[in-house]
Ligand binder design. Sequence first.
Ligand code: ADP
Ligand code: MG
Length: 330
Amino acid sequence: MVKKRPNKVAVLLGGLSSEREVSFQTGKQIAQALVDKGYEVKKIDPASELISGLLEFQPDVVFIALHGEFGEDGTIQGLLELLGFPYTGSGVLASALAMNKVMTKKILLSEGIETAPFQVFTRQEAERKGLAQIASEIIAYLNVPVVVKPACQGSTIGVSVARNQKELISAVAFALQYDDTSFAEKFVEGVEVTASILGTEDPQVLPLIEIISETGFYDYKAKYSAGLSRHIIPARISSHVAQKVEAIALRTYQALNCRHFARIDFMISNDEIPYVLEVNTIPGMTATSLFPDAAQAAGISFSELISRLVEEAWSLDQKEQKSKFVGKGN
Ligand SMILES: Nc1ncnc2c1ncn2[C@@H]1O[C@H](COP(=O)(O)OP(=O)(O)O)[C@@H](O)[C@H]1O
Ligand SMILES: [Mg+2]
């Protein structure tokens, strides 16, 4: 019998990445919102059970509330494709691309979308040439200040600002602790905003949020401690710059083939050029998170937002009528 609406939702939370704790916060609130909306919900932590839990529960939709590696990077998405369970958020390709900031920047460049100039370096190179040589090459190409980041991390883990050669050497070493491929990016002085996008066929940009960090740099602590960062909605930028940001956000979302929702981070330089920093395919959904704030400003409550994502995952799957070869009954 074909069900008319989704009823059973598995919420994947926790997981194996360095963002495990944030994922628990996100996942618990999502699960609660779904319970409030009358869904039958099972929380599954892939660190302890995954395939067995899914096969036993047979969800109509899987809500992926994981961040980072083995959650936001396409691997879980690939598994769910194989198992034949529809899931919220972007598919395998978009998830994998967006997880890697260097690959994201390459796609943006090919689409003519502004992203700050950058230089990639690897652990192998660092071992061969030494950290000082890498730092000198970065300075020769980009000068300082730069922001140094691992290619694949989130929540500002491994990210630092370097204002001179000495800081740059430490920043390079620090980033490489988290990813063998890392990069330095020109520091953009200006206003930080984030664009939350909702929808797939006709995606909508929710009100832009300006982010002000009380610690001067939007770091892990500021992101997840209430009071240390401030969200200003709508962002205090001219309507002409806001329109530019919205248009670029949509182009970025489509260039990466995102679906259901994503949050795109920007730095707008003092000369009003919006630079895309990164695409978050599973943005945080905690009490202090940006995406739910943007939805609220657009008149969409948290529980409406969550159930809308579930419905969307379900209806897309119904349209696609994929043939499944594992999971459901074989
Ligand atoms: N090029 C840049 N210029 C200025 N600030 C930056 C730059 N890149 C990152 N930042 C700051 O660092 C934070 C984290 O960087 P981001 O690329 O969004 O990575 P993530 O959020 O995945 O850790 C941003 O929110 C912003 O405050
Ligand atoms: Mg970010």
